[in-house]
Ligand binder design. Structure first.
Ligand code: ZN
Ligand code: FE
Length: 243
């Protein structure tokens, strides 16, 4: 597997997930079409599927134009988003534990409701990679638009239980702001200080901070490190107004 990060819109990440033997690819969360089509051409791959993490426009807004260019694309998202008809062009709905294959790539669906009720992560165990959309960010997590604190806390704990070496490909470049809140939450943490140094060096070079790893997130992410759902909810609320 090869992953090509495709910046979209202001601070979104789509990811081109390539089977290196067949040169076919899926695109995770195409917020817009043109950067994806450019990446497909540049990489010399054949786009076969759209893998959606959730229904928000900055993650599936490119579906329509991609389908206009490539009408045979498979479009996969959660059953909840199928039932609410909120992912354009959906051809297949999946639920927790389902497997999706693209040639030699095998993804397991993790349903992680909270940011939205149909939010899923795409976990590729053999590749040690997970695509988390707006559920888990580097040092942060999405807002609870459709779920509550117990729901989202449980969802994040499931992601935290993946193998620590798992690469985390997240939906937005929010890392530096997230780390500021992390340092405020846990002053004196060496792991957070190291993460801040790494992120600021990456940003200074004009690079994305993606991917992180589950191990780094366990050590630095205040939302994974909350003791329980109540503390998680307090932190999520505090972050909304943190500057
Ligand atoms: Zn979202
Ligand atoms: Fe988003």
């Amino acid at each position: 597997m090869r992953v090509v990060t495709v910046p979209c819109l202001k601070d979104n990440f789509a990811y081109l997930v390539v089977d290196e033997h067949t040169h076919r690819a899926a695109i995770v969360d195409p917020g817009e079409a043109q950067p994806v089509l450019d990446a497909v051409a540049r990489e010399g791959v054949t786009l076969a599927a759209i893998w959606a993490t959730h229904h928000h426009a900055d993650h599936v807004g490119g579906n329509k134009d991609l389908l206009a260019a490539l009408p045979d694309l498979e479009v996969i998202g959660h059953t909840h988003d199928r039932d609410h008809e909120r992912i354009h062009g959906l051809t297949r709905a999946v639920a927790d534990g389902d497997e999706v294959t693209l040639d030699g790539l095998r993804a397991t669906i993790i349903h992680n409701p909270g940011h939205t009720l149909g939010a899923i992560s795409w976990w590729l165990p053999a590749e040690a990679a997970v695509f988390t959309g707006d559920t888990l960010f580097a040092a942060g997590c999405g807002r609870m638009f459709e779920g509550d604190a117990p729901m989202m806390h449980a969802a994040l704990q499931r992601l935290a239980a993946l193998p620590p070496e798992t690469q985390v490909y997240f939906g937005h470049e929010y890392t530096e702001a997230n780390l500021k809140f992390a340092a405020h939450t846990e002053p004196g943490s060496d792991a957070i200080a190291q993460a801040i140094a790494r992120a600021s060096a990456q940003r200074a070079r004009g690079e994305a901070t993606s991917p992180s790893t589950i191990g780094i997130e366990r050590a630095t992410n205040p939302f994974l490190r909350a003791a329980d759902a109540a503390e998680f909810g307090e932190r999520r609320t505090a972050k909304n107004t943190f500057k």
